[in-house]
Design a binder for this molecule. Sequence first.
Ligand SMILES: NC(=O)c1ccc[n+]([C@@H]2O[C@H](COP(=O)([O-])OP(=O)(O)OC[C@H]3O[C@@H](n4cnc5c(N)ncnc54)[C@H](O)[C@@H]3O)[C@@H](O)[C@H]2O)c1
Ligand SMILES: [Zn+2]
Length: 424
Amino acid sequence: MAETVFTYAAPGLKFGRGASAEIGFDLQQLTRAAGRPRVLVVTDPGVAATGHPARIAGQIADRGFEVTTYDRSRVEPTDESLEDAVAFARDGGPWDAVVAIGGGSAIDTAKAVNLLVTNEGSLLDYINAPVGEGRAPTAPLLPMVAVPTTTGTGSESTTICVLDVLALKVKTGISHARLRPTLAVVDPDLTMSQPAMVTASCGMDILCHALESYTARWFAHFDAKTPEQRVPYCGANPIADMWAEKSLSLLAGAFRTAVRDGDDSEAREQMALAATFAGLGFGNAGVHIPHANAYPIAGRVRAYRPEGYPQEEPIVPHGMAVSLTAPAAFALTFDAAPVRHLRAASLLGGESGAAGPDALPSVLRSLMRDIQIPNGLAEVGYLASDVDDLVEGSLQQQRLLATAPRPVTADDLAGVFRGSMEHW
Ligand SMILES: NC(=O)c1ccc[n+]([C@@H]2O[C@H](COP(=O)([O-])OP(=O)(O)OC[C@H]3O[C@@H](n4cnc5c(N)ncnc54)[C@H](O)[C@@H]3O)[C@@H](O)[C@H]2O)c1
Ligand SMILES: [Zn+2]
């Protein structure tokens, strides 16, 4: 029987310049502990250097809280880095609330911390099967406020925590409705200091969240689920569509400007809105091929080090990794939903005359070139001989591939990777 039900869930949201100054007050509404409730602020070294976490921690303390800051979140968390954060939090607890300040890396670190200071067991118990046990938390989590400083992931609205399992060289996640933050505080002022390449890469993440959720398999084209089987991601649906369409229009107006001129506060604000909208959409609909491919592209990096990111270790940042196979992926999915692909291209400002499978990919290539995303997988260090390996990594992301609007075979993926070596 076909599915007839879709679902929508979201955290509370406070959006706008100056919103981050009110977090102390917000925490007073969210915590019930008597005396001086204890708040753990989670951030990363790059974000800590902007001074925002220290300012926000001070404002929270002024409202009568005891505040401790963990500032060692790893850019793109690993099992090791999350275990370090969890050990710090378990040693220093108990806590009454968690506040994450940073990009997806700090927010996802805080989600893992929140899970494991409230629930027994280890990270591996909760990581999605087959890598982990896929256990569901049994105890409620602490109130969590998520404060994004990048315009990208939407992690402040979603139920997932993404991590790299080092020994297995796979990126995977923990996903459960209880991981969704209680309140998202999106203050565009905090995003102004993002380096240009962080703005470009994170912006491509927004764009792919919107495009993939908009072109995802329609919720009613899945088999009917029991209430126990429902997951936060239910496929494209009328509510998620609304968020995706609006996000695409905002990106069309602001993305190039925000990368070119980071001081343009108007463009920064539009990007923050676009990231929030895309997060609220894909956080309920899901994403598909470009995100599935991003896992092996990021996980098997050899030597690539983009400017604007920490230089100690090679990295293909999440948004960049997602974008590199997006043009070829949307050429592959075109036939499954032509109207949606064309509408997306037109919302992004593509030429109204372009009507074939290349309409959306050509808009993407032109944008990626303008904002200086690498010209394909070859530029970040992959060779044609890596394709089989990349396909194998992508095939492990069955949950994402099942959200694509058409069946995806190993040959399809090989074609997408081969077609993504060089874009222009
Ligand atoms: N949970 C989710 O729903 C979800 C969705 C997409 C991606 N992710 C994950 O999020 C992570 C990527 O997060 P991201 O793209 O937001 O970037 P990030 O958190 O990794 O940060 C990127 C870099 O920018 C710096 N930075 C962040 N904000 C800054 C600011 N305002 N000023 C100056 N520097 C700043 C950081 O210190 C870091 O060096 C990946 O691990 C990815 O897998 C999670
Ligand atoms: Zn993403």
